[in-house]
Design a protein around this ligand. Structure first.
Ligand code: SF4
Length: 267
């Protein structure tokens, strides 16, 4: 639990003391069940985030109409915008609920709406199954291959330029925001989406990771690969880590084209 967002230990008076936060949650008991909206009133505390509201509601599962209900189900982990687990639609925008501070969400008194991501299979309420994203990272071999656990000695030199290009890409938290916002990424297709394409670039440009470059590019040229990107650009708008996703997509498209030409002439 993150004490900075859940403890009301500040000595400073709360100007919003006595105020209540209205939270409207799209509830769904199981996949395929009829969704419904439930509204909850949460006592305001300084520095509240959405997760602290959900924790309060889970401990006091009674709607604003006074109807007892079940505690809402949601996912969370690090509570510091690193794990991506608490990603959901907050007032219609895909983002991490741990870093969504209620005092910065709309006007006081207006309900804050919470909905599950729509591109991943729903498990219950706000909890979705993001496994597809991790399966796709496996599909493109998004790792640096290390042969054994013995001392491999000093690794290859990495230029400052290479480090500076790859560092922003390494900040991906696999939250799925870019996939939620992408019109090309749907539950019915195989498109891997911007996050995975960007990881292909990250590992292809790593001096050791490049050992698997051709295999990654073969996957990128397959169904669901980089050619499926429609360049809508929504991914960069919603990425919480400001990853240059369109640059990554363009870079991987260039790599895939060069790979295809080389493969053709080496037949
Ligand atoms: Fe999230 Fe950005 Fe990574 Fe997409 S690229 S999963 S939006 S951190």
């Amino acid at each position: 639990m993150n004490p900075t967002v859940t403890d009301a230990t500040s000595a400073a008076p709360d100007p919003a003391a006595g105020r209540a936060i209205l939270i409207r949650i799209r509830r769904q008991d199981k996949p395929g069940a009829e969704p419904r909206w439930e509204e909850f009133s949460v006592p305001h505390r300084p520095n509240m985030n959405i997760i602290s509201c959900l924790q309060w509601i889970a401990a006091h599962p009674v709607t604003t109409e006074g109807k007892p209900t079940t505690p809402p189900v949601f996912d969370s982990g690090c509570l510091e915008e690193v794990c991506g687990a608490c990603t959901m639609l907050v007032n219609g925008r895909t983002r991490q609920s741990c870093s969504a501070l209620v005092d910065k969400l709309g006007e006081p008194g207006e309900p804050i709406t919470l909905e599950p991501l729509t591109k991943f299979p729903l498990i219950r309420d706000l909890f979705v199954d993001r496994s597809r994203l991790f399966r796709d990272l496996k599909r493109v071999k998004a790792w640096v291959p290390i042969d054994g656990t013995y001392d491999l000695g000093v690794g290859p030199d990495v230029s400052q330029k290479n480090q500076e290009e790859r560092y922003p890409l390494s900040r991906c938290i696999s939250c799925g925001c870019c996939l939620e916002a992408c019109p090309q990424y749907t539950p019915a297709n195989k498109f891997v989406g911007a996050a995975v394409i960007s990881q292909v670039r990250l590992f292809n440009e790593h001096p050791v990771g490049a050992a698997l470059k051709e295999e990654r590019l073969e996957t990128m040229m397959d169904e669901g690969g980089v050619a499926d990107c429609g360049k809508a650009g929504n991914c960069v708008e919603v990425c919480p880590k400001d990853i240059p996703l369109l640059e990554s997509i363009a870079a991987v498209q260039r790599q895939a084209t060069v790979h295809a030409i080389k493969s053709f002439f080496s037949r």
